[in-house]
Design a binder for this molecule. Structure first.
Ligand SMILES: Nc1ncnc2c1ncn2[C@@H]1O[C@H](COP(=O)(O)OP(=O)(O)OP(=O)(O)O)[C@@H](O)[C@H]1O
Ligand SMILES: [Mg+2]
Length: 474
């Protein structure tokens, strides 16, 4: 039994505390090990009969001797740091271990919180796993102890991980491995996080963000878009996502602005959902008309979290953002529908163009990173150039009427076909008519067609396109 324990300890030094380590150091000569054991034996004999001072002295001496000969270094990551504040690194290490090596443990815990989408497995207490990093072997051991600081609110056990490795890897662990755990842990948590769709509403005490689970199924695969534009957007998003170091190097906040413009039903909102799903970000759908003034707007912008897409849909309708243009009498009725915009000075009860620009710039300079802001509009020409200049809206994406290439995405997704006899007719019609992707989608899947076959769906679309052609010629 004892030998079994000893063998196990030799395999995984992370289980050992300072006294236990008298039994291990695998790298030590047998003579040294023997001497240390004698020392330990003497200590055990004397412990009960000597004074406290002597006991402390001897313990310190023993500890230093062990430290000197012990080839291992230990880092403990506790669930709570000083003053019982949750230690972020503990949760990140937990996520990291669950993903990389929790399968090595004999006993695991399955966990799922209201914020995660999938259950994940963690190492149960008193279990150990081995991880390797750049050739270094690292032992992890999960355990719990009495917390150092016991408060009224928290007096239970405190969990911790003990990470043990050979002293020669200390620099590697401190400078690279811990950072690796931090980034990987964050990535894993973000991936397993239930993403949210936030909207701002007015409550009794002012505005507030309220949220629901974000479960829009749109992806770039289901988005019917000209293939070149689609590729450009995906590449832009990918370089944004991986651009943390680059943005830091050039001294720019890690943010990007997109302007989506085009006629109704061309997929602007669908594109936003596809972007959020691609990046695995939350979405903040900002309703400008619910905001009272510039101060409120700034605050609400700053309350958005990292890894998010902030959306202002139909920006031209949300506010009368016509810059310094004088509102003509005949435009006044139209403008009444939107909150008043005062140019030149900031009225306390209005949201102004300069207020919006300042909020965006404030957001850009705020410390929370990784945000994308998207404006959509049906009338790009109505927007003030200052609002959409490069640097604020870096990429302007035109969402246009359906093309034959975009139609093929619908055909693949809705009907499961790559080609059909009617394709050449449809291709010809697309050159003659302007129909939105929304109309094409409806033409392929209207209620009467739910159980119809491919031929009937395509024939219906041809009819829709012919009708549109007639309308156009009228
Ligand atoms: N490019 C597209 N790819 C896939 N589906 C699309 C596309 N465009 C439109 N649709 C379909 O049409 C519906 C309406 O599209 P969406 O709401 O994205 O258009 P929009 O450009 O935001 O319109 P609006 O300007 O009126 O807000 C979507 O639910 C989707 O099913
Ligand atoms: Mg829309």
């Amino acid at each position: 039994m004892k030998t079994g324990k000893k063998n196990r300890l030799q395999k995984n030094p992370s289980r050992l505390n300072i006294m236990d380590s008298l039994l291990i150091p695998a790298g030590l000569s047998s003579a040294l090990r023997k001497n240390l054991k004698i020392l330990y034996f003497v200590w055990a004999m004397l412990r009960s009969s000597i004074s406290v001072e002597l006991k402390n002295m001897f313990t310190a001496l023993l500890r230093r001797t062990i430290m000197f000969f012990n080839p291992y270094h230990v880092i403990e990551i506790h669930e709570r740091s000083e003053h019982m504040v949750r230690n972020k690194l503990y949760s990140l290490a937990k996520a990291y271990l669950s993903n990389t090596c929790s399968h090595g443990a004999h006993k695991q815990h399955a966990e799922m919180t209201s914020l995660s989408v999938l259950p994940f497995l963690t190492i149960a207490e008193e279990e150990e796993v081995v991880n390797t990093f750049q050739g270094a072997k690292l032992w992890w051991y999960a355990s719990s102890c009495k917390p150092k600081y016991i408060t009224k609110k928290y007096n239970g056990e405190e969990r911790f991980y003990r990470l043990t490795f050979l002293k020669k890897y200390r620099k590697l662990v401190e400078q690279e491995y811990l950072t690796h755990i931090f980034h990987e842990g964050r990535r894993i948590l973000a991936r397993n996080r239930q993403r949210r769709l936030f909207t701002n509403i007015r409550g009794g005490t002012g505005y507030t963000w309220t949220c629901v689970d974000f479960q829009h199924p749109a992806t770039f695969d289901t988005l019917a878009l000209d293939p070149v534009t689609k590729r450009d957007v995906i590449e832009d998003l990918m370089s944004f996502r991986e651009g943390k170091e680059y943005y830091k190097k050039i001294g720019k906040a890690w943010k990007r602005g997109y302007l989506l413009y085009g006629p109704p039903g061309t997929g602007k909102s669908t594109m936003i959902a596809a972007i959020a799903n691609f990046l695995e970000y939350d979405v903040y759908d900002l309703e400008l008309t619910a905001i009272k003034n510039n101060m409120e707007l700034k605050k609400i912008f700053l309350e958005t979290s990292s890894k998010s897409v902030i959306v202002i849909e139909d920006i031209d309708c949300s506010l009368n953002l016509t810059g310094k243009r004088v509102i003509k009498k005949k435009d006044k009725d139209e403008a009444k529908a939107a909150p008043t915009v005062t140019e030149g000075y900031d009225n306390v009860n209005t949201v102004t163009l300069s207020g919006l620009l300042n909020s965006i710039d404030g957001l850009w300079s705020a410390c929370e990173d990784e945000k994308i802001i998207i404006f959509t509009t049906n009338h790009v020409d109505k927007l003030d150039p200052a609002l959409i200049r490069r640097g604020r809206m870096d990429l302007h994406i035109e969402m246009s009427y359906c093309t034959f290439e975009a139609f093929k995405v619908f055909a693949r997704n809705y009907l499961g076909i790559e080609t059909h006899d009617l394709f050449s007719t449809i291709e010809g019609l697309f050159l003659e008519v302007n129909v939105s992707p929304a109309d094409v989608a409806e033409g392929l899947m209207s209620r009467s067609l739910r159980n119809a076959d491919v031929d009937a769906c395509l024939a219906n679309l041809v009819e829709v396109l012919n009708l549109a052609k007639e309308e156009m010629s009228k």
